[in-house]
Design a protein around this ligand. Structure first.
Ligand code: HEM
Length: 516
């Protein structure tokens, strides 16, 4: 072998060994080093297991929990979040587990939670993992730093109370349609059993279709159906370890997801183009989310004199997709748990109805009255405590950071388990698993003693932008329902809160509706 061939062979072998070493480092050496680093600081955690970390056990425990309903109590964390619940009970409130090769540090101390939620530049939304999840929605939820500031500033006006006022008719119309369907079921008898869950899902998706796209409501509906299918495919894809590059393989799942993505984008693009033509023709200031967003974007660009300061068409498409993803299922879940809980706790249903009849009689609810519903507000607070739609918040750190007295290595995921936190006896007292809306009668900060321990809408600068929208929509729906029906849990209701991806009733919400 001559010297040139030899150096070629040595070169290729070195490159090969380098990649083998990197691969091993990623798969084994680095996680084991991090595990020791965390243990040396006195936190307990699960041992790192090759490639999967705790993924297999997580899926197995979830499947086991899902296999049967639970008794009718509000101690729901062990069923809805079984793996994390067990980890925190056995390893301590601050502990670590593994998401594949990434360490997940669980934080429960209010001071630490405040730090994580406030310091949004250090604690960023997780990136990496399975890039196919990005097909679901990007937008505001997926940007950081200056980009996030820009997006949030432009989108904020769409959720101002002043603008939300204009959404009230859409809330009313969509809810009246749902109530009309229930009334039809009750034409023969004064009461009957209804699984209200699918109706509430249709209601919240219709609301988004109406409020996001106004007159283009039908196209909005089509987008929603596609997004729902996309969510199903994404969950399927994320339930296994992601092998880098596998998203480019022409598998059935990948092809379907790409096709849905294309259809959703094309539909939103055509709505935006139509608006553009209308705007140029001087026709149209639309009071829907898209119209306000386009207007706010236009003003920002005009004020700064440069289109770089605004959102691109692609950005706007992603924001519209995000409205569905972030706003439909969450609000539907909140409403379904409210109906289930009021079906179970009839004394609170009566109090809520009395308040509604007091404020509106049998008239159509208006924004003024909705803003003054005190009993309903504390009921929602308690429902969101016991059954928060988002059961956990996750962040990723990109450089070694101090959190309380811990040093967290780069690449650590930090997890706030909202569901478990809301069921923590040390914070809420012995009656933590009881439905007691009165605990919120003097406001959230009184009951949490000013600590960050109640996070149904997240917290800090990245708190849910749609919080007021959701609460107003839910108040309208509940007020209209209470004006027309009383309801109780049906004997066929199976209590089965399930946490993937948001907290929902796995076997539906069977109630006996009674026409008033
Ligand atoms: C009961 C209903 C809702 C609940 C429980 C809820 C919950 C949350 C939570 C927990 C977060 C923070 C996530 C994190 O920090 O990682 C969040 C963020 C967000 N939510 Fe909601 N949400 C609801 C309704 C809505 C609605 C109706 C919309 C829009 C139509 C919406 C849009 C968003 C957006 C865009 C963000 C990202 C904010 C940012 O990163 O700046 N949400 N939501």
């Amino acid at each position: 072998m001559d010297i040139t061939t030899l150096s070629c062979v040595v070169g290729v072998a070195s490159i090969f060994l380098y990649f083998i070493w990197r691969f091993l480092n990623w798969l084994w050496l680095k996680p084991k080093k991090i595990e020791k680093f965390l243990r040396d600081q006195g936190i307990k955690g699960t041992p790192y297991r090759f490639l999967y970390g705790d993924l297999k056990e997580m899926v197995q425990m979830m499947n086991e929990a899902k296999s049967k309903p639970m008794s009718l109590t509000h101690d729901v964390a062990p069923r809805a979040s079984p793996f994390f619940c067990k980890a925190i009970t056995t390893l301590g409130k601050t502990c670590f587990t593994w998401m594949g090769t990434k360490p997940v540090v669980h934080v429960s101390e209010p001071a630490m939670i405040r730090e994580v939620l406030t310091n949004y530049n250090t604690y960023q939304k997780p990136r990496g993992g399975n890039p196919l999840t990005k097909m679901l929605a990007r937008g505001l939820i997926d940007v950081e730093g200056d980009q996030w500031v820009k997006h949030r500033k432009i989108i904020n006006p769409a959720f101002h109370m002043e603008k939300l006022k204009h959404m009230i008719p859409a809330f009313f119309v969509s809810c009246s349609e749902m109530i009309g369907k229930w009334e039809k079921l009750l034409t023969q008898e004064s009461s009957c059993e209804v699984d209200v869950w699918p109706y509430l899902q249709t209601f919240t998706s219709d609301v988004i279709s109406h409020t996001a796209f106004g007159s283009s409501f039908e196209e909005g509906r089509k987008i929603f159906e596609l997004q729902r299918e996309q969510a199903r495919l994404v969950i399927k894809a994320t339930n296994s370890v992601y092998i880098p590059g596998s998203r480019f393989l022409p598998t059935k799942n990948n092809k379907q997801m790409k096709e849905i993505n294309r259809q959703v984008r094309d539909t939103i693009k055509s709505i935006i183009n139509k608006r553009d033509v209308e705007m140029k023709a001087g026709d149209a200031s639309h009071d829907d989310l898209l119209g306000i967003l386009l207007d706010s974007n236009y003003k920002e660009i005009k004020q700064k004199g440069n289109s770089n300061f605004g959102l691109s068409i692609d950005d706007i498409i992603e924001e519209c997709k995000l409205f569905y993803f972030a706003g439909q299922e969450t609000t539907g879940n909140m409403l379904v748990w409210t109906m289930i809980l009021l079906g179970q706790h009839s004394e609170w249903q009566t109090r809520a109805r009395e308040e509604v009849l007091d404020v509106f009689g049998d008239k159509k609810p208006d924004i003024e009255g909705l803003s003054h519903l005190k009993v309903i507000s504390i009921i929602f607070n308690e429902v969101l405590r016991l059954y928060p739609p988002g059961i956990l918040l996750r962040r990723l750190i990109h450089q070694e950071s101090k959190l309380g007295n811990l040093t967290l290595p780069e690449g650590t995921l930090v997890q706030i388990n909202a569901l478990i936190l809301h069921h923590d006896k040390d914070m809420w007292g012995e009656d933590v698993n009881e439905f007691k809306p009165q605990r919120f009668s003097e406001g959230v900060s009184k009951v949490t003693k000013g600590q960050v321990a109640y996070v149904p809408f997240g917290g800090g600068p990245r708190i849910c932008i749609g919080q007021n929208f959701a609460l107003l929509e839910a108040k309208m729906a509940l007020a209209l329902i209470l004006q027309r029906f009383s309801f109780k849990l049906s004997p066929s209701y199976s209590h089965a809160p399930h946490g993937m991806p948001t907290l929902q009733p796995q076997f539906g919400a069977h109630l006996i509706l009674h026409k008033l």
